[in-house]
Ligand binder design. Structure first.
Ligand SMILES: N[C@@H](CCC(=O)N[C@@H](CS)C(=O)NCC(=O)O)C(=O)O
Length: 95
């Protein structure tokens, strides 16, 4: 019955990454909590991302462990309303 407090949105980032900053800004503006995993300085992080999401750029964004892509994908989902549908839908599924 208790709500799962774990953030649903996970962001893999690096420090010098304008798209990462843009993604974090969008999430903050929408007051969507997220967990950030900073891969700066990690050896082979692009291969890690490739294996996890199928893409090698940062940011890579996951919602309930499902990769949704990078910043432009997040923006598109935000503008199209799918982001909220996904967040609300997954919240109900998690019960
Ligand atoms: N379309 C991607 C672009 C992401 C992107 O170009 N990220 C840069 C860092 S800010 C990167 O990983 N570049 C390395 C590369 O393109 O191989 C998005 O919207 O997230």
């Amino acid at each position: 019955m208790s709500q799962n407090p774990k953030p649903k949105v996970k962001l893999y980032t690096t420090v010098f990454c304008p798209y990462c900053k843009a993604a974090k800004r969008l999430l903050a503006e929408r007051e969507i909590p997220y967990e950030e995993i900073d891969l700066s300085g990690q050896a082979n992080f692009r291969q890690f991302l490739q294996d996890l999401t199928g893409q090698r750029t940062v940011p890579q964004i996951l919602i309930n462990d499902e990769p949704i892509g990078g910043y432009m994908d997040l923006l598109e989902m935000d503008q199209g309303g799918e982001l909220w549908e996904l967040l609300e839908g997954t919240a109900e599924e998690a019960v």
